[in-house]
Design a protein around this ligand. Structure first.
Ligand code: G1P
Length: 279
C-alpha cells in the first residue's frame, strides 16, 4: 500500500517574482486555495495521508498553512465564515505532515533524495504542486496512478502529449505500448531540443517511485542545467527493471507559467467557486 506523498517545495519560483519574493510559490492561490492544498487534496483522495514536504529558506508559510491557527479559529467560531475552513481542517485532521529542508538547490532528483529519511523503504508518490491536475468527473490523477501501481508494482510517470514547440520544457519518454494508455519506458530525456525529442510524450508533475530510486539517484551525475535530474534516475531504473508511462485522464494546468495559472484560475472559479465546491 502506498501511504506517503512527497511534495518538493524548495524552489524559488522565480517566474512569479516579485510575488514569490517572501512567499513560497506553492502558496500562490488559485482563486481561494493555495496550489499545495489542491495537491494535498489530490493525495488524500488517492488514499495517501502521510504528507512529506521538502522545504527551503522562506517557506514557513507552508507549515503554518497545514496547522491550526487558534487566533483565527477563535475569531470565526460560530459565524458563517467557519465553512471556509472545512476543507483545510479535514486535511489537517486526516493527514500527517513532516518536513525536511533542502539546504542546497541541486535539482529535483536531489530534492527527492533529501526526503529519504521521511520516506524510508517504501513506494511513494511525488507531486509537483505547480502542476495542478483536476479530474472532477472521476478518479484524481494520483488515484489513477495508485491503482496502476497496485497492479504493476513499479515506478510510474504521468504523461501527456504536448506540441513539439513546447517539448523542451519537459522530461520526455519513449517506450513500448502495453495498453492504449500505458507504455513500458525504454528511453527518457530531460528537456530535449524539439529535434532531439524521441516522442511528444511529456512527463508532468506526478510520479510513483519505488524506493530503490534513492540508491539510483545517489549514483546519478548532474545532468541538464548541472542539476541531479529525476528523469535521468528514472531512465536508469527503466534499464534495470521497469518504469511505466501513463497517459492520465483529466486536465493539467501548468501553474508555473502565467498562462497556465490564469487558465487554472478561470477553470476553478467557474467549476468550484461559483458552484459552492471551493472550500
Ligand atoms: C520538472 C521535471 C520535468 C517534468 C516537469 C513537469 O521540470 O524535471 O522532467 O517534465 O517538472 O512539470 P520543472 O518544470 O521543474 O523545470
Amino acid at each position: 500500500m502506498i501511504k506517503k506523498c512527497l511534495f518538493p517545495a524548495a524552489g524559488y519560483g522565480t517566474r512569479f517574482l516579485p510575488a514569490t519574493k517572501a512567499m513560497p510559490k506553492e502558496m500562490l492561490p488559485v482563486v481561494n486555495k493555495p496550489l499545495i492544498q489542491y495537491g494535498v487534496e489530490e493525495a488524500l483522495d488517492a488514499g495517501l495521508n502521510q504528507i512529506a514536504i521538502v522545504t527551503g529558506r522562506g517557506k514557513r508559510a507552508l507549515e503554518d498553512h497545514f496547522d491550526i491557527s487558534y487566533e483565527l479559529e477563535h475569531q470565526i467560531r460560530n459565524t458563517d465564515k467557519e465553512r471556509y475552513l472545512v476543507g483545510i481542517r479535514r486535511l489537517i485532521d486526516e493527514c500527517s505532515f513532516s518536513y525536511t529542508r533542502q539546504v542546497e538547490m541541486k535539482g529535483l532528483g536531489h530534492a527527492i533524495l533529501s526526503a529519504r529519511p521521511l520516506i524510508g523503504d517504501e513506494p511513494f508518490a511525488v507531486v509537483l504542486a505547480d502542476d495542478l491536475c483536476l479530474n472532477p468527473e472521476g478518479d484524481s490523477v494520483l488515484a489513477q496512478m495508485v491503482k496502476l501501481y497496485n497492479q504493476f508494482r513499479c515506478s510510474i510517470v504521468a504523461t501527456m502529449e504536448v506540441p513539439s514547440d513546447e517539448i523542451s520544457k519537459y522530461g520526455v519518454v519513449a517506450g513500448e505500448p502495453i495498453r492504449d494508455d500505458i507504455w513500458r519506458v525504454s528511453h527518457m530525456v530531460e528537456k530535449p531540443k524539439p529535434e532531439d525529442a524521441p516522442t511528444n510524450m511529456a512527463v508532468i508533475g506526478r510520479y510513483i517511485l519505488t524506493p530503490d530510486i534513492f540508491e539510483i539517484i545517489e549514483q546519478t551525475s548532474p545532468g541538464k542545467s548541472g542539476e541531479i535530474q529525476i528523469t535521468d534516475a528514472l531512465m536508469q531504473q527503466a534499464q534495470q527493471g521497469c518504469v511505466l508511462a501513463y497517459k492520465f485522464k483529466g486536465r493539467r494546468f501548468d501553474c508555473g507559467s502565467a498562462e497556465g495559472y490564469i487558465e487554472a484560475t478561470n477553470y476553478c472559479y467557474e467549476n468550484f467557486y461559483l458552484t459552492g465546491k471551493a472550500f
